[in-house]
Design a protein. Sequence first.
Length: 352
Amino acid sequence: MKGFALLRGFALFAAAAALAGCYFDRLTGRYDLAMDVDVESGDALLAEAGHDTVAEKARQEKLEKIAAEDDIVYHINAGDEIAITVYGHDDLSTTTKISPDGCVGVAFLGQIKLSGLTIGEAGAAIQKGLELYVKHPVVSVSVIKVVSETVTIGGACMRPGQYSISDSTRIADVYAMSGGSAVRLFHGVHVDAADLENSMLIRDGDIVPVDFRKAVVGDKLNNLKLRKDDYLYIAQRMDASVTVCGEVKTPQRRLYEPGMGLIETLTAVGWLSETHWSHVIIIRNGLVEPKMYKIDVDGILAGKCRNILLKPNDIIYVPHDNLGEYNVFIRKLLPTAQLINLLTSRISAISS
């Protein structure tokens, strides 16, 4: 019972923080009017606090600009393996690796530096050198293996490290090469450790605004081609759980699983109490920068709206009744200071 009371108190505090942070300066008086509502979208998400459409548009425009950039031309580098072919002169043709100082050995020419050159430039340099020894030489250079074009992936993946790339290697490819998400034990169950929502691509010291959740499934806009020295950081999920509290039969903290839906989760906790409100509040992003979402549960059950996919650390709060009046909602809660003291005392008691 103490655990349930703590969950209820925590959710009330989170809801108060979200409302106070988002709407205190607006004083609309009505919760239903405090956020823009799109009732014709067919989605159960009726309202969202903190959604920034301008930032999302800017992110998409930046990704489109990066995707439209020309591919970077490959330059030979130390460690790469190349094939040098001199047509009509098999004895001069060879397959060799570029030495650490960027050179290769060529008959008649000795050591010739090729690092930093394109394939065409390397062939032209060798051909020009051989003109003193071979009549009308025709030389071509091709790449056998590239080891100098690498990217690094680190964080919560199975095999972090450096991986060689070609001009067609994308984010999803390297994520797969690294074995995908690492796993860890959570309450005795193996779960994915990767937090793709907060993972990032760093290029030339800048963060590229890629959505890794979309990138790893092949989304064209987010699954960008990688470049030499790119760094992919797979963030680690700190706590894969969902908290359900309020007017439900058995408030509890549940293990988060990818694809977890609101309706399935409410069913798993014994469903709603008879006194529940027709809408559910989902609090996301914790208490530092919380976002609050109002969800039309009745609409989902009636088949008018889509179900809502949950995210790790979501708090599902089912209010007692219609909390339309902002002031009424605030009066239903203990003052913030009392809530903090109450939660602190309960946590201290549990800890001791």
